[in-house]
Design a protein around this ligand. Sequence first.
Ligand code: ADP
Length: 380
Amino acid sequence: MSEVRFKSVKKVYDDDIVAVDNFNLDIEDGEFVTIVGPSGSGKSTLLRMLAGLEDISGGEVTIGDKAVNDVPAQDRDVAMVFQNYALYPHMTVRKNMSYGLRLTSDLSEEEINKRVEEAAEMMGIEDQLDKKPASLSGGQQQRVATGRAIVRDPAVFLMDEPLSNLDAKLRAHMRIELQRIQDDLETTTVYVTHDQEEALTMSDRVVILDQGELQQVGTPAEVFDKPANLFVADFIGSPAMNFFDVELVGDRLEGEAFSYEVSSKVADRVRDRKTSDELVLGIRPEHIQFADSNSVNAIEATLDVHEPVGDDNYFYLRANDVEFTMRIMGDHIYDEGDDLTVTFNEEKMHIFDRKTGENIMIEDTTANPKSDSTPAAQQS
Ligand code: ADP
């Protein structure tokens, strides 16, 4: 069994730099979990504590049923793939792939060779086994590094930004390959990236970190459709969600750009849960549509810039000096400077409390472990 569990894990560097604080997470056997967050949010620190490359300042990390805080890295049965691949330049691919196994197991030469050849075939590098890393492309080196982890047949794969040195096309291709391999091997995988798109496309579940604190854990669909707070809403999705400062007046959300009438159900919920009058309305660019100027909740806006992206269009709009982005598929012939009327559905809208950052509209607070014990969460 290779579940991974973080219980109240903390990491403090140099006595006062809190890199990770009170981090709790259960990863199921065979699950592919991605830890995502901006630079400095503590992602690598978490992975390195799991790998045994960094001491744990507080709490407990378990792999399978065993606490590993005091278990040396080589005895944790994990295999790590690094961003820079960390291949030995003087060794052939075959040696690079077999070296770790030779050190940590008592497998026969024959068995080691068999495993190397199977992993090389899986990674499509069976023709490269006698070459040195310097003669391989970046993509091939990445495959060797992954192949080396596969050969170990570990309880857990740990991957630290393994695709970030590849060009965009190869990266997209390798994302699919890594998922295929993980599906085949069913090895528990903890993957770290700063790239939210990578996190959304590859993982069973996404873990979002900011400043060493867990912001939300959920499936890609949950964190995209039900962001727990402003940080997650802003971080996940590209182009980013639009945010408008608003106040609730009667059943209307009043802001600089528009006044939007919500249903009484939504208005009641907002009144119940808001901690102050400062609210933020969030709407994703793809959830804004064209409307008739006399329709309910019509928003009059000017097209500042039209950016066509293949079949997709980004419209940079302005309503009463408030800028926002609309994303719409198909051919749309408008001139910059044109006046457009747009709107959006209440179901696609998010309302955040500016003071707490929490998404007031979320019904299911299990998506946000931080909310479990707050009175606001218990009301829903
Ligand atoms: P990420 O992987 O999300 O970019 P890190 O885990 O590398 O973030 O870093 C989290 C925080 O810990 C940052 O503030 C970083 O500066 C700090 N940090 C990381 N490693 C060390 C270290 N060896 N010594 C001191 N501070 C560190």
